[in-house]
Design a protein around this ligand. Sequence first.
Ligand code: ZN
Length: 431
Amino acid sequence: MSGSWLIRGARPLGGDPADILLDGGVIAEIGPDAAAGPAGDVIEADGLIALPGLVDLHTHLREPGREDAETVATGTAAAALGGFTAVHAMANTEPVADTAGVAEQVWRLGRQAGLCDVQPVGAVTVGIAGSRLAELGAMADSAARVRVFSDDGRCVSDAVLMRRALEYVKAFGGVIAQHAQEPRLTEGAQMNEGEMSGLLGLTGWPAVAEEAIIARDCLLAAHVGSALHVCHVSTAGSVEIIRWAKSKGWQVTAEVTPHHLLLTDDLAASYDPVFKVNPPLRTPADVAALRQALADGTIDCVATDHAPHPLEDKETEWGAAAFGMTGLETALRVVHEAMVGTGLLGWAGVADRMSARPASIGRLAGHGQPLAPGSPASLVLYDPAASDVVDPAAHASKSRNTPFAGMRLPGRVVATFLRGSPTVLDGKLAR
Ligand SMILES: [Zn+2]
């Protein structure tokens, strides 16, 4: 499977050019003049940046149940084309991944597709209905070895259930990933509550609906000494709460999506539901706070919240349209634009926020390791000088709901390797 590959002249983490020799599924050598093994393939990588394979903590692959939106095969193809070597598959499928059986099914489908490791996230509550705990222990003990649990799409709003879930996962070092959305404060909400929602006459979604849950859950995690991960942080106030929780030494981590790093709520003025997402796009001040928090480490990582939807669920009026955006194929380029292009993060920082930290939060062995001899040969080659206009028709995802359609973004993923085997070469699927 994984022969030998010599990547010549790439810049690891954007630093000085080096040759990278991949052999037997690991990085065999990295330095100025690594020799190719016998009969090895060579990639001329002048000007390309080498990063460890990206890890997504938050992907909706939709299978089983909504194969009209995405399948494990198409979603992992999109992931590989975006430079990812591992994704965490959210549990809100049909049926919900709330048993060992469904979690193992998703895990096996990922192995069969072979494009990217698929690590199932288990539901916190049965059917993500929020009334009783799912079989967390059985999922943890299954072949899928589930460690991250989330009802994402819905909030675990019951404080007693949240406390019990946090307590339960301590036994096997798990983490509860919360979709922080106070349900009563967001009934009928369509977009960020503020000046724009007033102008457009759409029901607003107040920042406090997110911040109140995050504050409560940080306190609960501290109270029981367990690990909380906050999904898709979207407001400046949420950042302040997470900064405070971290200053106390509590086990709290957080993610931000690429779209919340680049887009703002004024886009809703188009009434184009491609900009309808949960949590909603916020204000320029929120975007600035999120970028700063990702740069200073208050927010640990970028996670896509890739949420594919078929045309009929998106190409309708705003009020009836589904929430969500695709993101796997554009994530690295958006982070390039929002964080590297603005000088807030270097490429080593990008590797940390998109590979090392998400792998660590997801308890994912074999990913997020440094580009060094002995590490798994899972990496991405990226051309920072390229740029083009995003064309959803060219995407491998089964769905087309990217908010970046028609937007010029920098960069291009040229190649992705998973344990020494190329999944993407010359920007196209290699298998
Ligand atoms: Zn969510």
